[in-house]
Design a protein around this ligand. Sequence first.
Ligand code: DLL
Length: 441
Amino acid sequence: MNTQRSDAGVAFHPASAPDFLPRRELAKLQLERLQKVVRRAYEKVPLFRQRMEARGLRPDAVKGLPDLARLPFTVKADLRDTYPFGLFASSMDEVVRLHASSGTTGKPIVVAYTAADLQVWTSVMVRALAAAGLGKGDVLQNAYGYGLFTGGLGAHYGGEALGATVIPISGGNTERQLMVLQDFGVTAICCTPSYMIHLIERARDAKIGFGKLRVGVFGAEPWSDGMREYIQAEAGIRAHDIYGLSEIIGPGVGVECVHRDGLHVFEDHFYPEIVDPETGEVLPDGVEGELVLTTLSKEAMPMIRYRTRDITALQAEPCPCGRTLRRIRRIGRRSDDMFIIRGVNVFPSQVETALLQVEGTLPHYQIVLTREKGLDEMEVQVEVTAGFFSDEIRGLQALQHELETAVDHVIGLRVKVTLVAPKTLARSEGKAKRVVDQRNI
Ligand code: DLL
Protein backbone atom coordinates (compact mmCIF):
# COMPACT_ATOMS: atom_id res chain seq x y z
CA MET A 1 0.00 0.00 0.00
CA ASN A 2 1.34 3.37 -0.92
CA THR A 3 1.20 5.71 2.04
CA GLN A 4 2.34 8.78 0.14
CA ARG A 5 -0.74 8.98 -1.97
CA SER A 6 -4.30 9.65 -1.04
CA ASP A 7 -7.17 10.27 -3.40
CA ALA A 8 -9.16 12.42 -1.09
CA GLY A 9 -6.49 14.39 0.69
CA VAL A 10 -3.25 16.10 -0.17
CA ALA A 11 -0.55 13.99 -1.73
CA PHE A 12 2.79 14.96 -0.26
CA HIS A 13 6.14 14.47 -1.83
CA PRO A 14 9.35 15.89 -0.32
CA ALA A 15 9.90 17.90 -3.52
CA SER A 16 6.59 19.66 -2.83
CA ALA A 17 7.92 21.51 0.24
CA PRO A 18 8.22 24.88 -1.59
CA ASP A 19 4.48 24.64 -2.42
CA PHE A 20 3.78 25.34 1.25
CA LEU A 21 6.27 28.16 1.99
CA PRO A 22 4.84 31.06 4.01
CA ARG A 23 4.16 33.93 1.55
CA ARG A 24 6.71 36.19 3.17
CA GLU A 25 9.49 33.63 2.74
CA LEU A 26 8.37 33.00 -0.79
CA ALA A 27 8.55 36.72 -1.61
CA LYS A 28 12.08 36.92 -0.21
CA LEU A 29 13.17 33.98 -2.35
CA GLN A 30 11.45 35.46 -5.41
CA LEU A 31 13.23 38.78 -5.02
CA GLU A 32 16.65 37.17 -4.62
CA ARG A 33 16.08 35.08 -7.71
CA LEU A 34 14.61 37.95 -9.69
CA GLN A 35 17.62 40.16 -9.04
CA LYS A 36 19.93 37.37 -10.14
CA VAL A 37 18.04 36.51 -13.31
CA VAL A 38 17.69 40.15 -14.38
CA ARG A 39 21.42 40.61 -13.95
CA ARG A 40 22.12 37.47 -15.96
CA ALA A 41 19.80 38.52 -18.80
CA TYR A 42 21.31 42.03 -18.83
CA GLU A 43 24.85 40.72 -19.00
CA LYS A 44 24.29 37.92 -21.49
CA VAL A 45 21.37 38.80 -23.77
CA PRO A 46 21.99 41.83 -26.04
CA LEU A 47 18.30 42.42 -26.83
CA PHE A 48 17.39 42.60 -23.15
CA ARG A 49 20.32 44.86 -22.37
CA GLN A 50 19.39 47.25 -25.19
CA ARG A 51 15.80 47.44 -23.98
CA MET A 52 16.91 48.11 -20.41
CA GLU A 53 19.32 50.80 -21.55
CA ALA A 54 16.64 52.41 -23.71
CA ARG A 55 14.65 52.87 -20.48
CA GLY A 56 17.66 54.08 -18.56
CA LEU A 57 17.57 50.98 -16.37
CA ARG A 58 20.34 48.88 -14.95
CA PRO A 59 19.88 45.56 -13.10
CA ASP A 60 20.19 47.28 -9.73
CA ALA A 61 16.90 49.07 -10.49
CA VAL A 62 15.19 45.95 -9.15
CA LYS A 63 15.06 46.72 -5.43
CA GLY A 64 11.75 45.05 -4.70
CA LEU A 65 9.24 42.80 -6.50
CA PRO A 66 7.08 45.79 -7.60
CA ASP A 67 10.06 47.02 -9.66
CA LEU A 68 9.45 44.13 -12.04
CA ALA A 69 6.69 46.26 -13.60
CA ARG A 70 9.35 48.74 -14.78
CA LEU A 71 11.13 46.16 -16.91
CA PRO A 72 10.44 45.71 -20.63
CA PHE A 73 8.21 42.92 -21.93
CA THR A 74 9.43 40.03 -24.06
CA VAL A 75 7.13 38.78 -26.84
CA LYS A 76 7.03 35.80 -29.16
CA ALA A 77 8.28 37.89 -32.09
CA ASP A 78 11.52 38.46 -30.14
CA LEU A 79 12.16 34.72 -30.29
CA ARG A 80 11.39 34.64 -34.01
CA ASP A 81 13.51 37.71 -34.76
CA THR A 82 16.52 36.26 -32.97
CA TYR A 83 16.01 32.72 -34.35
CA PRO A 84 17.48 30.31 -33.53
CA PHE A 85 19.74 31.08 -30.54
CA GLY A 86 19.67 34.87 -30.10
CA LEU A 87 18.10 34.94 -26.63
CA PHE A 88 20.35 32.31 -25.09
CA ALA A 89 22.22 33.41 -21.97
CA SER A 90 24.46 30.35 -21.85
CA SER A 91 27.13 29.27 -24.27
CA MET A 92 26.30 26.21 -26.34
CA ASP A 93 28.63 23.98 -24.35
CA GLU A 94 26.46 24.58 -21.28
CA VAL A 95 23.23 23.87 -23.13
CA VAL A 96 22.29 20.21 -22.76
CA ARG A 97 18.85 20.20 -24.45
CA LEU A 98 16.94 22.09 -27.12
CA HIS A 99 13.20 21.99 -27.76
CA ALA A 100 11.18 23.85 -30.36
CA SER A 101 7.60 24.91 -30.77
CA SER A 102 6.23 24.94 -34.28
CA GLY A 103 3.76 27.80 -33.95
CA THR A 104 1.41 28.62 -36.77
CA THR A 105 3.67 30.25 -39.32
CA GLY A 106 7.20 29.91 -40.59
CA LYS A 107 10.16 29.04 -38.43
CA PRO A 108 9.69 27.50 -35.01
CA ILE A 109 10.90 29.10 -31.82
CA VAL A 110 13.82 27.36 -30.14
CA VAL A 111 14.28 27.00 -26.39
CA ALA A 112 17.34 25.87 -24.43
CA TYR A 113 18.09 24.21 -21.10
CA THR A 114 21.25 23.83 -19.03
CA ALA A 115 21.59 20.80 -16.76
CA ALA A 116 20.35 22.96 -13.86
CA ASP A 117 17.34 24.07 -15.93
CA LEU A 118 16.42 20.44 -16.53
CA GLN A 119 16.61 19.80 -12.80
CA VAL A 120 14.22 22.67 -12.15
CA TRP A 121 11.88 21.41 -14.85
CA THR A 122 11.87 17.90 -13.40
CA SER A 123 11.27 19.26 -9.90
CA VAL A 124 8.26 21.33 -10.95
CA MET A 125 6.84 18.37 -12.86
CA VAL A 126 7.26 16.17 -9.75
CA ARG A 127 5.41 18.81 -7.75
CA ALA A 128 2.71 19.06 -10.43
CA LEU A 129 2.09 15.31 -10.59
CA ALA A 130 2.16 15.03 -6.79
CA ALA A 131 -0.36 17.88 -6.52
CA ALA A 132 -2.60 15.95 -8.91
CA GLY A 133 -2.47 13.03 -6.48
CA LEU A 134 0.11 10.84 -8.20
CA GLY A 135 2.92 9.09 -6.38
CA LYS A 136 5.14 6.07 -6.16
CA GLY A 137 3.13 3.03 -7.16
CA ASP A 138 1.30 4.79 -9.97
CA VAL A 139 1.69 3.48 -13.51
CA LEU A 140 1.74 6.51 -15.77
CA GLN A 141 0.95 6.23 -19.46
CA ASN A 142 2.63 9.26 -20.98
CA ALA A 143 0.81 9.93 -24.24
CA TYR A 144 2.13 13.45 -24.78
CA GLY A 145 4.24 13.55 -27.91
CA TYR A 146 7.95 12.91 -27.43
CA GLY A 147 10.28 15.00 -29.52
CA LEU A 148 10.68 18.72 -29.97
CA PHE A 149 7.34 19.26 -28.20
CA THR A 150 8.00 19.69 -24.47
CA GLY A 151 5.02 17.60 -23.28
CA GLY A 152 6.57 14.14 -23.68
CA LEU A 153 9.97 14.57 -22.08
CA GLY A 154 8.68 17.02 -19.47
CA ALA A 155 6.12 14.58 -18.08
CA HIS A 156 8.53 11.69 -18.56
CA TYR A 157 11.30 12.90 -16.29
CA GLY A 158 8.84 14.31 -13.76
CA GLY A 159 7.03 10.97 -13.56
CA GLU A 160 10.24 9.01 -13.10
CA ALA A 161 11.61 11.37 -10.46
CA LEU A 162 8.31 11.10 -8.62
CA GLY A 163 8.84 7.36 -8.43
CA ALA A 164 5.95 6.40 -10.69
CA THR A 165 6.37 3.75 -13.39
CA VAL A 166 6.44 5.70 -16.64
CA ILE A 167 5.34 4.19 -19.95
CA PRO A 168 6.86 6.41 -22.67
CA ILE A 169 4.24 5.56 -25.29
CA SER A 170 4.09 9.08 -26.84
CA GLY A 171 1.03 10.16 -28.87
CA GLY A 172 -0.81 8.16 -31.50
CA ASN A 173 -1.42 4.49 -32.29
CA THR A 174 -4.67 4.48 -30.39
CA GLU A 175 -5.23 0.69 -30.50
CA ARG A 176 -1.89 0.11 -28.83
CA GLN A 177 -2.61 2.83 -26.27
CA LEU A 178 -5.78 1.01 -25.21
CA MET A 179 -4.04 -2.34 -25.06
CA VAL A 180 -1.22 -0.99 -22.89
CA LEU A 181 -3.70 0.81 -20.68
CA GLN A 182 -5.46 -2.48 -19.92
CA ASP A 183 -2.52 -4.88 -19.84
CA PHE A 184 0.02 -2.77 -17.91
CA GLY A 185 -2.37 -1.84 -15.10
CA VAL A 186 -2.20 1.88 -15.93
CA THR A 187 -3.49 4.13 -13.11
CA ALA A 188 -2.68 7.58 -14.56
CA ILE A 189 -2.51 9.11 -18.02
CA CYS A 190 -1.02 12.27 -19.47
CA CYS A 191 -2.16 13.55 -22.88
CA THR A 192 -4.05 16.41 -24.48
CA PRO A 193 -7.73 16.48 -23.49
CA SER A 194 -8.76 16.15 -27.13
CA TYR A 195 -6.70 12.98 -27.47
CA MET A 196 -8.31 11.61 -24.29
CA ILE A 197 -11.70 12.11 -25.90
CA HIS A 198 -10.49 10.16 -28.90
CA LEU A 199 -9.31 7.34 -26.61
CA ILE A 200 -12.73 7.30 -24.93
CA GLU A 201 -14.45 7.02 -28.28
CA ARG A 202 -12.26 4.16 -29.46
CA ALA A 203 -12.58 2.33 -26.14
CA ARG A 204 -16.34 2.56 -26.48
CA ASP A 205 -16.23 1.16 -30.03
CA ALA A 206 -14.05 -1.70 -28.85
CA LYS A 207 -16.36 -2.21 -25.85
CA ILE A 208 -13.52 -1.99 -23.37
CA GLY A 209 -13.20 0.00 -20.19
CA PHE A 210 -10.37 1.94 -18.62
CA GLY A 211 -9.20 -0.75 -16.20
CA LYS A 212 -7.40 0.72 -13.19
CA LEU A 213 -7.11 4.23 -14.59
CA ARG A 214 -8.07 6.73 -11.88
CA VAL A 215 -6.51 10.06 -12.82
CA GLY A 216 -5.59 12.08 -15.90
CA VAL A 217 -3.32 15.11 -16.20
CA PHE A 218 -4.42 17.00 -19.28
CA GLY A 219 -3.13 20.19 -20.85
CA ALA A 220 -1.34 21.87 -23.78
CA GLU A 221 -4.65 23.25 -25.11
CA PRO A 222 -7.80 24.85 -23.73
CA TRP A 223 -10.58 22.52 -22.59
CA SER A 224 -13.88 23.52 -21.09
CA ASP A 225 -15.54 22.38 -17.87
CA GLY A 226 -18.01 20.49 -20.06
CA MET A 227 -15.16 18.56 -21.62
CA ARG A 228 -13.82 17.76 -18.17
CA GLU A 229 -17.21 16.42 -17.05
CA TYR A 230 -17.43 14.30 -20.19
CA ILE A 231 -13.96 12.79 -19.66
CA GLN A 232 -14.54 12.14 -15.98
CA ALA A 233 -17.92 10.48 -16.56
CA GLU A 234 -16.90 8.42 -19.57
CA ALA A 235 -13.53 7.22 -18.30
CA GLY A 236 -14.46 7.14 -14.61
CA ILE A 237 -11.40 9.17 -13.62
CA ARG A 238 -10.45 12.47 -11.98
CA ALA A 239 -9.21 14.95 -14.57
CA HIS A 240 -6.60 17.61 -13.70
CA ASP A 241 -5.53 20.59 -15.75
CA ILE A 242 -1.81 21.25 -16.27
CA TYR A 243 -0.42 24.39 -17.89
CA GLY A 244 2.88 25.40 -19.37
CA LEU A 245 4.61 26.76 -22.45
CA SER A 246 7.90 26.08 -24.19
CA GLU A 247 9.18 29.64 -23.80
CA ILE A 248 8.99 29.38 -20.00
CA ILE A 249 9.97 25.71 -19.52
CA GLY A 250 7.27 23.39 -20.95
CA PRO A 251 4.56 21.65 -18.89
CA GLY A 252 4.77 22.30 -15.15
CA VAL A 253 4.24 26.06 -14.86
CA GLY A 254 0.98 25.42 -13.05
CA VAL A 255 -1.36 22.58 -12.13
CA GLU A 256 -4.65 21.87 -10.39
CA CYS A 257 -4.42 20.24 -6.96
CA VAL A 258 -7.10 17.77 -5.84
CA HIS A 259 -9.55 20.64 -5.27
CA ARG A 260 -9.34 21.67 -8.92
CA ASP A 261 -10.29 25.29 -8.42
CA GLY A 262 -7.60 27.07 -10.41
CA LEU A 263 -4.04 26.05 -11.22
CA HIS A 264 -1.30 26.63 -8.62
CA VAL A 265 1.61 28.41 -10.26
CA PHE A 266 5.07 27.30 -9.11
CA GLU A 267 5.81 30.86 -8.11
CA ASP A 268 9.25 30.14 -6.71
CA HIS A 269 10.39 29.57 -10.31
CA PHE A 270 7.85 31.45 -12.45
CA TYR A 271 6.65 34.89 -11.39
CA PRO A 272 3.13 35.58 -12.70
CA GLU A 273 1.62 38.98 -13.49
CA ILE A 274 -1.68 39.81 -15.14
CA VAL A 275 -1.66 42.78 -17.49
CA ASP A 276 -4.18 44.61 -19.61
CA PRO A 277 -3.66 43.09 -23.09
CA GLU A 278 -4.10 46.52 -24.72
CA THR A 279 -2.10 48.83 -22.46
CA GLY A 280 0.27 46.40 -20.73
CA GLU A 281 -0.67 47.90 -17.36
CA VAL A 282 -0.42 45.48 -14.40
CA LEU A 283 -3.83 44.43 -13.06
CA PRO A 284 -4.65 43.41 -9.48
CA ASP A 285 -5.34 39.82 -8.37
CA GLY A 286 -8.79 38.65 -9.37
CA VAL A 287 -8.99 40.76 -12.52
CA GLU A 288 -8.87 39.01 -15.89
CA GLY A 289 -6.12 39.88 -18.34
CA GLU A 290 -3.07 38.50 -20.12
CA LEU A 291 -0.71 36.28 -18.17
CA VAL A 292 2.89 37.52 -18.14
CA LEU A 293 5.58 35.22 -16.77
CA THR A 294 9.15 35.81 -15.61
CA THR A 295 11.45 32.83 -15.12
CA LEU A 296 13.18 33.24 -11.76
CA SER A 297 15.79 30.52 -12.11
CA LYS A 298 16.28 29.77 -15.80
CA GLU A 299 19.91 29.86 -16.91
CA ALA A 300 20.00 29.04 -20.62
CA MET A 301 17.07 31.22 -21.66
CA PRO A 302 15.83 33.59 -18.98
CA MET A 303 12.49 35.15 -19.91
CA ILE A 304 11.74 38.51 -18.42
CA ARG A 305 8.05 39.50 -18.47
CA TYR A 306 7.10 37.13 -21.27
CA ARG A 307 3.67 37.92 -22.71
CA THR A 308 1.95 34.55 -23.01
CA ARG A 309 -1.21 35.85 -24.75
CA ASP A 310 -3.13 33.47 -22.47
CA ILE A 311 -6.11 35.10 -20.77
CA THR A 312 -6.72 34.34 -17.09
CA ALA A 313 -6.85 35.91 -13.62
CA LEU A 314 -4.76 35.33 -10.49
CA GLN A 315 -6.51 33.95 -7.42
CA ALA A 316 -4.76 34.85 -4.18
CA GLU A 317 -7.28 33.28 -1.77
CA PRO A 318 -5.86 30.42 0.32
CA CYS A 319 -6.54 26.95 -1.12
CA PRO A 320 -7.85 24.19 1.19
CA CYS A 321 -4.90 22.01 0.06
CA GLY A 322 -2.58 24.26 2.06
CA ARG A 323 -0.42 25.32 -0.87
CA THR A 324 0.49 28.98 -0.53
CA LEU A 325 1.07 29.33 -4.28
CA ARG A 326 -1.37 31.63 -6.01
CA ARG A 327 -3.60 30.06 -8.63
CA ILE A 328 -4.53 31.06 -12.15
CA ARG A 329 -8.03 30.45 -13.46
CA ARG A 330 -8.26 27.78 -16.13
CA ILE A 331 -7.26 29.21 -19.48
CA GLY A 332 -10.10 29.17 -21.98
CA ARG A 333 -8.70 31.52 -24.55
CA ARG A 334 -5.73 33.41 -25.91
CA SER A 335 -5.86 37.06 -26.80
CA ASP A 336 -4.81 36.10 -30.33
CA ASP A 337 -7.31 33.30 -31.04
CA MET A 338 -10.24 35.68 -31.17
CA PHE A 339 -11.98 36.39 -34.45
CA ILE A 340 -14.64 38.91 -35.27
CA ILE A 341 -17.80 37.91 -37.09
CA ARG A 342 -20.30 40.62 -37.97
CA GLY A 343 -18.79 42.82 -35.26
CA VAL A 344 -19.03 40.17 -32.54
CA ASN A 345 -15.85 38.94 -30.82
CA VAL A 346 -15.79 35.15 -30.84
CA PHE A 347 -13.46 32.75 -29.01
CA PRO A 348 -13.46 29.04 -29.96
CA SER A 349 -13.86 28.08 -26.28
CA GLN A 350 -17.23 29.85 -26.12
CA VAL A 351 -18.47 27.80 -29.04
CA GLU A 352 -17.38 24.63 -27.26
CA THR A 353 -19.23 25.67 -24.10
CA ALA A 354 -22.40 26.22 -26.12
CA LEU A 355 -22.17 22.89 -27.97
CA LEU A 356 -21.65 20.91 -24.79
CA GLN A 357 -24.93 22.24 -23.40
CA VAL A 358 -26.86 20.27 -26.01
CA GLU A 359 -27.25 16.52 -25.84
CA GLY A 360 -26.82 14.35 -28.89
CA THR A 361 -23.44 15.69 -30.02
CA LEU A 362 -19.87 14.76 -29.25
CA PRO A 363 -17.15 17.19 -28.21
CA HIS A 364 -15.85 16.93 -31.77
CA TYR A 365 -16.36 20.12 -33.67
CA GLN A 366 -14.64 22.44 -36.06
CA ILE A 367 -15.16 26.10 -36.75
CA VAL A 368 -14.79 27.02 -40.41
CA LEU A 369 -14.14 30.65 -41.22
CA THR A 370 -14.91 31.88 -44.72
CA ARG A 371 -15.08 35.23 -46.45
CA GLU A 372 -17.80 36.05 -48.91
CA LYS A 373 -17.86 39.42 -50.66
CA GLY A 374 -15.49 40.79 -48.07
CA LEU A 375 -17.65 39.66 -45.15
CA ASP A 376 -16.41 37.09 -42.66
CA GLU A 377 -18.70 34.18 -41.94
CA MET A 378 -18.38 31.21 -39.66
CA GLU A 379 -19.85 27.77 -39.71
CA VAL A 380 -19.70 25.22 -36.90
CA GLN A 381 -19.43 21.59 -37.95
CA VAL A 382 -20.52 19.27 -35.17
CA GLU A 383 -20.41 15.51 -35.00
CA VAL A 384 -23.59 13.80 -33.98
CA THR A 385 -23.55 10.73 -31.71
CA ALA A 386 -24.24 7.50 -33.58
CA GLY A 387 -27.70 6.91 -32.04
CA PHE A 388 -28.91 10.35 -33.00
CA PHE A 389 -27.63 10.11 -36.52
CA SER A 390 -29.83 7.18 -37.45
CA ASP A 391 -32.86 9.08 -36.20
CA GLU A 392 -35.26 10.66 -38.59
CA ILE A 393 -34.53 13.91 -40.36
CA ARG A 394 -36.92 15.90 -38.19
CA GLY A 395 -34.96 14.94 -35.07
CA LEU A 396 -31.74 16.10 -36.70
CA GLN A 397 -33.27 19.39 -37.73
CA ALA A 398 -34.43 19.96 -34.17
CA LEU A 399 -30.91 19.19 -32.91
CA GLN A 400 -29.40 21.60 -35.40
CA HIS A 401 -31.82 24.30 -34.31
CA GLU A 402 -31.05 23.65 -30.64
CA LEU A 403 -27.30 23.96 -31.28
CA GLU A 404 -27.74 27.19 -33.23
CA THR A 405 -29.77 28.61 -30.37
CA ALA A 406 -27.17 27.52 -27.79
CA VAL A 407 -24.37 29.19 -29.77
CA ASP A 408 -26.50 32.31 -30.18
CA HIS A 409 -27.08 32.48 -26.43
CA VAL A 410 -23.40 32.15 -25.58
CA ILE A 411 -21.76 34.32 -28.24
CA GLY A 412 -24.68 36.48 -29.25
CA LEU A 413 -24.58 35.55 -32.92
CA ARG A 414 -26.74 33.35 -35.11
CA VAL A 415 -24.36 31.15 -37.10
CA LYS A 416 -24.80 28.11 -39.29
CA VAL A 417 -24.39 24.79 -37.52
CA THR A 418 -23.83 21.77 -39.75
CA LEU A 419 -24.29 18.27 -38.40
CA VAL A 420 -21.81 15.75 -39.67
CA ALA A 421 -21.75 11.97 -39.34
CA PRO A 422 -19.89 10.33 -36.44
CA LYS A 423 -16.11 9.98 -36.99
CA THR A 424 -15.87 12.35 -39.93
CA LEU A 425 -13.93 15.21 -38.35
CA ALA A 426 -10.16 14.76 -38.11
CA ARG A 427 -8.84 13.51 -34.76
CA SER A 428 -5.59 14.80 -33.32
CA GLU A 429 -2.96 12.96 -31.36
CA GLY A 430 -1.69 16.19 -29.88
CA LYS A 431 -3.28 19.62 -29.82
CA ALA A 432 -6.69 19.80 -31.51
CA LYS A 433 -7.16 22.12 -34.47
CA ARG A 434 -10.44 23.83 -33.70
CA VAL A 435 -10.48 26.58 -36.30
CA VAL A 436 -10.11 26.11 -40.06
CA ASP A 437 -9.49 29.49 -41.60
CA GLN A 438 -10.40 29.57 -45.28
CA ARG A 439 -10.66 33.33 -45.49
CA ASN A 440 -7.52 33.93 -47.48
CA ILE A 441 -7.47 30.98 -49.82
O1 DLL B 1 1.78 23.04 -24.65
C1 DLL B 1 3.43 22.70 -22.92
C2 DLL B 1 2.54 21.70 -22.27
C3 DLL B 1 2.67 20.37 -22.55
C4 DLL B 1 1.59 22.11 -21.34
C5 DLL B 1 1.87 19.44 -21.94
C6 DLL B 1 0.79 21.20 -20.71
C7 DLL B 1 0.93 19.86 -21.00
P1 DLL B 1 3.55 24.93 -26.16
O2 DLL B 1 3.43 23.92 -27.23
O3 DLL B 1 4.65 25.92 -26.21
O4 DLL B 1 3.73 24.23 -24.76
O5 DLL B 1 2.16 25.69 -26.08
C8 DLL B 1 1.90 26.62 -25.07
O6 DLL B 1 -0.47 26.10 -25.14
O7 DLL B 1 0.60 29.39 -24.25
C9 DLL B 1 -1.40 27.98 -24.07
O8 DLL B 1 -1.96 28.82 -25.07
C10 DLL B 1 -1.64 26.53 -24.45
N1 DLL B 1 -1.81 25.73 -23.24
C11 DLL B 1 -0.90 24.96 -22.61
N2 DLL B 1 -1.46 24.35 -21.52
C12 DLL B 1 -2.76 24.78 -21.47
C13 DLL B 1 -3.86 24.54 -20.60
C14 DLL B 1 2.87 23.30 -24.19
N3 DLL B 1 -3.78 23.71 -19.56
C15 DLL B 1 0.50 27.17 -25.21
N4 DLL B 1 -5.03 25.19 -20.85
C16 DLL B 1 0.11 28.08 -24.06
C17 DLL B 1 -5.14 26.03 -21.90
C18 DLL B 1 -2.97 25.66 -22.55
N5 DLL B 1 -4.15 26.28 -22.76
